[in-house]
Design a binder for this molecule. Structure first.
Ligand code: HBI
Ligand code: FE
Length: 289
């Protein structure tokens, strides 16, 4: 059995039960900071006119800049005052219950390690660039911040793995891969998109994927891909439309969704508000992500 936290350079016995570790800001090398700078410069440039305004507002307010990896102590002074959130360092993916517990208490677990130069364009596990550049700016937004905390609370209330999978799809298709309608047009807000140059262009501009109006029960039924760009993106009309996850609302939605068939990630339904019907070319052509 390989050690799942070797990626961070840590051994299992060094990791506490809540998985929170010190960021060890002083341990980043000049090469680590340079990787961050290159990623930041490339992505900030590409996101101009493609990401929602709230994202760049959060980035600026938090001082997340191209000059180097941010120190969580600096981020947390601003973030805590704004929405009550803080960023905590973790060595990698943490177990679901641990993840939900931190979110419910407004602690966002962020990988503290950064990808190697040879992994510049693709990593399997979230590193500090995905977590901090992708997610943290929008934790300055009240609606997004409240949704992520409510997601943690909801995860702790559920026990059935099938229900947890349905809940996770709401997070996947919004916080990770969501698009949003603005007066200026369609924009990105999902961190999985915002931290990936390839998916930034694909999600917004490719003819291949479907772009469908976000509907809570529809999304809860829809499986997703973890190994390639999404076949469907869901579009929120605004941050205030993030789904309600209080016990009464979620339980009612869950009861209804349990009676409905699951959907493949490529599905388009008669009742969908289709903004773009994808031609599916990307996922049909063999291996050219
Ligand atoms: N752990 N660090 C970290 N980051 C995540 O995004 C994460 C996780 N553990 C579980 C998880 N995500 C998802 O499977 C949950 O949404 C259930
Ligand atoms: Fe993420």
């Amino acid at each position: 059995m390989s050690d799942p936290f070797l990626r961070s350079g840590m051994k299992s016995h060094e990791i506490p039960a809540d998985f929170i570790v010190d960021q060890r800001f002083e341990s980043y090398t000049a090469a680590d900071h340079e990787t961050w700078s290159r990623l930041h410069r490339r992505q900030a440039e590409l996101l101009r006119g493609r990401v929602c305004d709230e994202y760049f507002e959060g980035l600026a307010a938090l001082g997340i800049a191209a000059d180097g990896i941010p120190d969580f102590r600096d981020l947390n002074r601003v973030l805590k005052a704004a929405t009550g959130w803080e960023v905590v360092a973790v060595p990698g993916l943490v177990p679901d219950r641990v993840f939900f517990t931190h979110l419910a208490q407004r602690r966002f677990p962020a990988g503290f390690w950064i990808r190697r130069p040879d992994e510049f364009d693709y990593i399997e596990e979230p590193d500090i660039f995905h977590d901090v550049f992708g997610h943290v700016p929008l934790l300055m937004n009240r609606s997004y911040a409240d949704f992520v905390a409510a997601y943690g609370e909801a995860g702790l209330r559920l026990n059935d793995p099938a229900d947890l999978a349905r809940l996770a799809r709401l997070y996947w298709y919004s916080v990770e891969f969501g698009l949003i309608e603005t007066k200026a047009g369609l924009r990105i807000f999902g961190a999985g998109i915002a931290s990936s140059p390839g998916e930034t262009l694909f999600a917004l501009e490719s003819a291949s994927p479907n772009r469908i109006g976000f509907d809570t029960q529809r999304v809860m039924r829809t499986r997703y891909r973890i190994d390639d760009y999404q076949q469907s993106y869901f579009v929120l009309p605004g941050f205030e439309a993030m789904p309600a996850l209080d016990d009464a609302t979620l339980s009612a939605a869950m009861a209804s969704v349990r009676t409905q068939a699951e959907l493949g990630p490529e599905a388009v339904l008669a009742g969908d508000r289709v903004l773009h019907r994808g031609d599916g070319t990307h996922h049909r052509s063999p291996r050219q992500p």
